[in-house]
Design a protein around this ligand. Sequence first.
Ligand SMILES: Nc1ncnc2c1ncn2[C@@H]1O[C@H](COP(=O)(O)OP(=O)(O)OP(=O)(O)O)[C@@H](O)[C@H]1O
Ligand SMILES: [Mg+2]
Length: 626
Amino acid sequence: MSSSDTPTLSCTLQIEWMNSQQMTTRKVNFKNGLLRMVRNGFREIFLEISDEKTARHKFHLKNMIVHKKFMNEGKCTINFKDDNARTMMSNAPPAQLVNFLKTMYIKLQGETGGKVSLKERLEGKSAMEEISPLTTKEVLRARDKVVPKDTSTTPKTTMNKKRPVKENDKAQAGHPPSKRRCIASAIETPLTAEQERVLNAVVSGRNIFFTGSAGTGKSFLLKKIISSLPPDSTFPTASTGVAACHIGGYTLHSFAGVGTGQGSLKRLVELARRPHVAQQWRKCKVLIIDEISMVDGRFFDKLEYVAREVRCNDKPFGGIQLVLCGDFFQLPPVGRSNSSGDEGQATFCFQSEAWDRCNLNCYELTVVHRQSDPVFIDILQNIRIGRITPEIVDRLQATINNKVDSAGILASRLCSLTKESQLINTSKLENLSGTEKEFKAIDSDSTLSNMLDIQTPVESLIKLKVGSQVMLMKNITLNDGLVNGARGVVVKFSEGLPVVKFRSGEYTVKYEKWTVKLMGGTTLTRKQLPLKLAWAFSIHKSQGLTLDCVEMSLAKVFEAGQAYVALSRAKSLATLRVLDFDPKQVWANPDVLKFYQRFRQNLAALELIPLGRKKSDLSRKPGPFI
Ligand SMILES: Nc1ncnc2c1ncn2[C@@H]1O[C@H](COP(=O)(O)OP(=O)(O)OP(=O)(O)O)[C@@H](O)[C@H]1O
Ligand SMILES: [Mg+2]
């Protein structure tokens, strides 16, 4: 059971009392409110709402109605029918809000079974005591009750939920799986001990950098971290639009509000002092940056300066807590065409002055979740540091004979250049016979479609024919394999929508919504099919993804880490085909190797080095055959 299944919750609260005409007669606001579940001597459950001072209000939970549509944004409203009142919660860490509601629901299920003896009633037990955290027994009992066979037995308390969750639902054509199930399973996947340690360090308020090889669950953990912090003051960002979308955040550039980051520091501070930008900078308590390996160190230094100036605070980053995440062995910052536009090569973030100034607590995730085969994991760990042995060469060259295509689903070709992948997709689509169907995105602001093209993983116009190889660009349901990166083939069109055969079965793909946050609180949305042509993909666009079956030619790789990113997208050696493996295609950046060597030494000095790992793992020189 999660340690956060507790009967208390801190958030911003408003309480309203109504008269019989449902007109508000009284209202109170608590910026830092506390919700506590309490029970009286008759085992009746109440919600106690208090502020930092003394104000306390109690509401009987019997007959309440919970509106939890926006709980993933930390918002929820509870109507207390018996008291003719309601409370609106906001800025609650979403994960805690979900757990609080779950605890409340489960405790209430227990309440209905409680019997109060006449003697107890006569004694009039009115003293309130805090409800104990959930026990496994209570959870199991509630689980048995959660799928009532006869809907007339629905409990008196309404969770404003249309249908109960059935774990074994199958994603079937024409029957979209519930998004709630998706969210619920994501929330319920437990963190490993090493992931939990990072989460605790973040919640305790420290500046954190956590790293780990591809597939160790960095982005997964980041999503848990985001849902454990108050949404109003937490700003999730990433170096690229697609990565930002993946964690439901902004691009770092759009958060900073300093354009492309070109120009003098004075100019950047001016830009950041524009009222709507400055407001965000001041509101921000926690700045999260995913894919930190692609952030130019010089841009990071500029941001650190801007933060101090705009927030009028001399502490590093103006006192903002930083949570940085990424793997420097993967893609580096974009070279000369980088954001700051200065002469010379972009630098790594760890080479910036700000990096040292921020006094980061460093963590490394070591358990790989994307792959399960220890042989493949070992190969990837070696490739990551640019180390190639003859056995590795043999193993990877042998993949050329792999039959990774199955039931009409062909392997996606990963290309070093975006242009190359676009050409492949266009010509393959042209070569298919059959009618082409077009799917246009519905954007909330059509003048900003270009921005949505960059910041969402789907294009404004998708062209498909029967036989098109496609990739799913959104998690639809985790349990049924309809996840971001799942590969499939269009088998027919039904009522205007494509029916796609995935490995897990057929699914009629519906329009989905992507939301992009802009500075100043506005949001842009795009509705589009969560599909992309997938005969080919660029390695840059594949960073962060898990791919079902991949094929690659690494002859044209031009950057350290590119081959590692490409190879580590595959789930297993059996679902991978390397067409022309040559050890020369694999190398690690020497500065990155040095950084990780120091990083490991520091971890070891703090006695945090993972058991069973040797410092010497990272002390080898870069380059092939070393
Ligand atoms: N604790 C966990 N339990 C089960 N599965 C996990 C866990 N952590 C991560 N995963 C799964 O492992 C896969 C890889 O995770 P994720 O994409 O977060 O890795 P990553 O470290 O961000 O990789 P990359 O460096 O390639 O971006 C995902 O399918 C994720 O759901
Ligand atoms: Mg990731």
